[in-house]
Write a protein that binds this ligand. Sequence first.
Ligand SMILES: [Zn+2]
Length: 69
Amino acid sequence: MSDCALCDAPGGRVVWRDDFCRVVLADEPDYPGFLRVILNRHVREMTDLVPADRSRLMMMVCKTEQVVR
Ligand SMILES: [Zn+2]
């Protein structure tokens, strides 16, 4: 158990996942269909990631956006 809401729970309905990150349908009543990309391991900030992992995560964000559009 940690103090991090995104590590303690899926954060929504998981629509996709791999060993690196997951994409969840966030439970945000004001934003129906809002997807969130969540890294599986805990890091505080994007800049705590090594550059290769930052790129991988941003790529996932863009791929997810592309699917939604
Ligand atoms: Zn966390």
